[in-house]
Design a protein around this ligand. Sequence first.
Ligand code: PMV
Length: 339
Amino acid sequence: MTVDQTELRPRERSCTAVAGTNIALCKYWGKRDAALNLPATGSLSLTLAEMGTRTTVRFGGVSGGDRVRLGGAPADQRFAFRVSQFLDVVRKQAGISDAAEVVTENSVPTAAGLASSASGFAALALAASRAAGLMLAPPALSGLARLGSGSAARSIFGGFVEMARGERADGGDAVAHVIDDAGAWDLRMVVAVTATGPKPLGSTAAMERTARTSPFYAAWVTGCDADLADARAAIAARDLDALGRVAERSALRMHATALAADPAIVYWNGATLAAMNTVLELRAQKVAAYFTIDAGPHVKVLCAAADAARVAEALAATPGVQRTVVASPGPGARVIEQG
Ligand code: PMV
């Protein structure tokens, strides 16, 4: 990867960073390179303030390999391995070999299936690189976060963020950037939680199966550039209706490609469909609300701040919706403490 303006500082041994999750309005679904997590298409998202991850990384003084804690308990082996692999990249760049202690907390319970790898790897990229003594410029940090999870590249930045597909084989140009800080646009994302527990199929395996077996995958990839152009124009014009329509279209097409995979990938449950229907009913009552759905059964609804309470109430009254969370646009990843 390209490392812009990288300089080695005297080793700062520990760092705590936070990052907000982000919800894609133009989805990332498919990789052009699995090892480097290079996306097959660009994507565009909104970073959120209230849902995210806080991570502390400490290098040195840790014996017997990396120690990873998640939500107050030792992380399961799979997650711990993924974190260690990511730390190996940071160690290599920084020229160190120390084991690390990683303590990470999500602001939404992991069991709700909402804990996001996006905020997780964005916070880890910032905390680990700083703790290792690296000062990475934001584009390089975004490229580093991408190696942990494709969507994490976007959570380095706040507001509306676009992730580039990039052309280079080494991924140097597959990084995100801010397109609009969303500052003067009072939007909300209302999350309707429709299940507990982890999703049945992780996004990496699901993307791979979709690309390999779905007859709709090529059409999905072809259509993404037009969605991105429409989303950028809608954001520039502060046109919620236009942005919401792109977001729904992108999410439905992403799920359509996955539903057509073999075996089919079905992330929705009954409450997912009921919540989508609630959004359509709200629109029939002239409430500007638009849904999007990621690799899971939860429904995320974009609306104006002034309508958020009404949208949350309608979703909470929808059969099968367990609870709702209202989130607002938020800043990018940042350091809280360094030692
Ligand atoms: O970052 P990953 O590998 O978990 O992929 C995220 C995929 C979606 O959330 C479904 C879409 C997106 O762009 O965030």
